[in-house]
Ligand binder design. Structure first.
Ligand SMILES: *[C@@H]1O[C@H](CO)[C@@H](O)[C@H](O)[C@H]1NC(C)=O
Ligand SMILES: *[C@@H]1O[C@H](CO)[C@@H](O)[C@H](O)[C@H]1NC(C)=O
Length: 339
């Protein structure tokens, strides 16, 4: 009898262990490298995706800057101390106050409202970092891009410093510097060309373009790499000595649609930012632009599909999981600031 009950116990134990193994294998399929996974809130907040999407749609339909803003905000969050919603923290010298983020301040409210709704449904469960990751995906889909599954489980950071935004890619960065900044975050040159393709719905301030139009490299001439027919068009959008804050689309002719035309524009010397125009000029990046255009040596890659893949990779930069960070109650404040 004793032997038989021991056998039963052993069988039970094996079964329990087997089910654990199956569970963790099943999860591995969806696991980001850093421990994020699709379906993280399945039990604790099943409506999270629905609530975020509804909020994004509500704001984006009345304001064309919302979709590109949310995408840009996620990118700028991930590149500075990882995807931890540090960009959302408010204060006198936080990331949001730094010049590269000055055009994103009004985007904060979209995440803030989604958070309020989520706190009503599932209090203290969903991180602001995850809301931003979902909102960025929803923005792409809303403008015509292809959807992807967003691994979740990020926790919110406790630190946000304007000075840390210095490592963000800049419109004057050479290709060498751009490649290095992405490599520092574990992203390769193909990821770089793919993610910068988010400029298909982006805008920039004339202040980042004017030097190319009127006095490039102290020559009193425009940048010779701007298409001659495109130059007057850009100059009309950004008059000499005009308002540097005026926004100009990065994908001329198709700024409201998430598509391949940004790369077509690069090929036609209609890149607006100098850093974008360089993607076509430098062999290291040129070959990936051609692959997206279907004219490369390697088989064509579909931008819309690759973009989701690269976003999942970017969304895992230095994420905080487990006992790191916290789940903020308000996206603009750390929890200790609320006491
Ligand atoms: C800028 O001008 C300097 C010489 O004045 C030249 O060496 C350099 O290559 C120029 N840079 C570009 C991007 O044209
Ligand atoms: C984006 O394109 C639309 C037309 O499709 C145009 O009305 C709008 O002004 C453009 N936005 C920018 C910032 O250029």
């Amino acid at each position: 009898m004793e032997v038989s009950s021991l056998t039963k116990m052993l069988i039970m134990l094996v079964l329990v262990l087997a089910s654990f193994t199956t569970l963790s294998l099943g999860q591995d399929n969806w696991c980001g490298k850093q421990g994020t996974r699709v379906g993280f809130y399945k039990a604790t907040c099943p409506k999270v995706e629905h609530i975020v999407r509804k909020t994004v749609i509500g704001y984006a339909k009345n304001d064309p800057t919302v979709a590109p803003g949310l995408l840009n905000m996620f990118f700028h969050d991930c590149f500075v101390n990882g995807c931890d919603a540090s960009i959302l923290l408010d204060g006198p010298s936080t990331e949001l106050t730094a010049p590269p983020n000055s055009h994103l301040r009004h985007i904060y409210k979209v995440i803030g409202i989604a958070k309020l709704m989520l706190e009503r449904s599932c209090r203290g469960v969903v991180s602001c970092a995850d809301i931003l990751a979902l909102a960025a995906r929803d923005s792409v889909v809303l403008t015509g891009g292809r959807s992807w599954k967003v691994p979740l489980g990020r926790r919110d950071g406790l630190v946000s410093r304007a000075s840390d935004t210095a490592n963000l890619p800049s419109f004057t960065d050479s290709i060498t510097v751009q490649i290095k900044k992405f490599a520092d975050k574990g992203l390769n040159t193909q990821d770089l060309v793919t993610l910068v393709g988010g400029h298909t719905i982006g805008t920039t301030g004339c202040a980042s373009v004017n030097y190319r139009l009127y006095n490039f490299n102290n020559t009193n001439q425009p940048d010779p790499d701007i298409n001659q027919a495109f130059l007057p068009q850009l100059r009309a959008l950004c008059p000499n000595g005009g308002d540097g804050l005026r926004r100009v689309a990065l994908d001329t002719g198709s700024n409201d649609s998430f598509d391949n035309s940004y790369y077509e524009n690069l090929k036609n010397e209609r890149g607006v930012l100098e850093s974008d125009a360089m993607l076509w000029k430098d062999q290291r990046t040129h070959k990936f632009v051609k692959v997206f255009l279907g004219t490369g040596e390697k088989p064509r890659l579909r931008f819309n599909k690759e973009f989701g893949r690269a976003m999942v990779k970017m969304g895992n930069i230095e994420v905080k999981t487990g006992s790191h960070g916290e789940i903020r109650k308000l996206c603009g404040r750390t929890n200790s600031e609320l006491h």
